[in-house]
Design a protein around this ligand. Structure first.
Ligand code: NCD
Length: 296
């Protein structure tokens, strides 16, 4: 298969090559792929991922097709494979997909054009992890030995699940800090107040209300007080440490509104870096970097 499915199958060298190319794009590298078309197929809502893929395509001279799945034959029950196969016949040179199903790409083994996973179920969100890594690398110039706490609704988060595995391989010390009902075995647990004072990176997660089977047992105010980045906690953060969040943010729940653009926050920088990371993966895919990927 061709494309970026999960970082779990890439080596550290390959991951660093993507990040380094993204940094080159940020520093002004120009690459163009005239005459090419690509398509975004988003079966779940998205602002940042969807439109930064689109901006990345435009920056590379690739025409993004404007597709609205609400008015497509998906509404007539067309399968994911048939929809993707259709766009392959229409001549696209890549397909970006976000889907509610974990490992949706297993149904797409026969597809010949590169596929970019823009988030699958609760498993992985490889371009989000890459832009998080790029943001960390720009900040600290290394990964080895940095301490990161992934904070919040871990169980429902593809961002947490995808990131933790790669971050551990890169030598980061990875912890999770979450309410007991949103905790799993992604990484060792750390109390939030300890994380605030000792971690280099506080990576907040959105409370994924739409994925919850039951309503949250506590109020949003209580969640914020117990598990959120309050203004008071931000003041106690380790010197030089940063706040990240994949966004969209729930202001006043996982993060105090005042902290979203405070001196420690890198949330809008992450969004900016998302464009360069997506330019890197698209350009590498078109140059054959992701050909013959084996999915276990
Ligand atoms: C994440 C997503 O949609 O998976 N956001 C994103 O891509 N920037 C996380 C989230 O929705 O909480």
């Amino acid at each position: 298969m061709k494309g970026l499915f999960t970082l779990r199958v890439l080596t550290i060298d390959q991951i660093m090559e993507i990040i380094n190319l993204a940094i080159k794009f940020k520093n002004g590298l120009v690459k163009k792929y005239p005459g090419q078309k690509m398509v975004n197929l988003f079966y779940e809502n998205s602002t940042r991922t969807q439109y930064s893929f689109q901006v990345a395509m435009i920056n590379l001279g690739i025409a993004p097709l404007a597709v609205d799945l609400e008015t497509s034959s998906v509404k007539k029950g067309e399968t994911l494979y048939d929809t993707v196969r259709t766009f392959q016949s229409l001549g696209v040179s890549g397909v970006v997909i976000r889907h509610i199903t974990d490992r949706f790409y297993e149904d797409l083994r026969e597809i010949k054009v590169p596929i970019f996973n823009a988030g699958d179920g609760k498993s992985d969100h490889p371009t989000q992890t890459l832009l998080d890594l790029m943001t960390i690398y720009e900040e600290f110039g290394k990964f080895e030995g940095l301490k990161i706490a992934i904070v919040g609704d871990v169980t429902h988060s593809r961002v947490a699940h995808g990131a933790a595995e790669v971050m551990k391989r890169l030598g980061l010390e990875v912890y999770v800090s979450s309410p007991p009902q949103y905790r799993d075995d992604t990484a060792a647990h750390i109390e939030l107040d300890e994380a605030i004072e000792t971690c280099d990176i506080i990576n907040l997660l959105r409370v994924q209300f739409e994925r919850h089977a039951h309503e949250m047992e506590m109020s949003k105010e209580e969640y914020h007080r117990l598990y959120g980045l309050t203004v008071e906690r931000q003041k106690r953060m380790k010197k030089g440490s940063i706040i990240m969040h994949p966004a969209p943010i729930n202001r006043g729940v996982e993060i105090a509104s005042e902290c979203a653009e405070c001196e420690n926050a890198r949330i809008y920088k992450q969004i900016e870096n998302g464009v360069y990371v997506r330019m890197a993966v698209i350009s590498l895919a078109l140059d054959g970097f992701f050909d013959n990927i084996e999915i276990p």
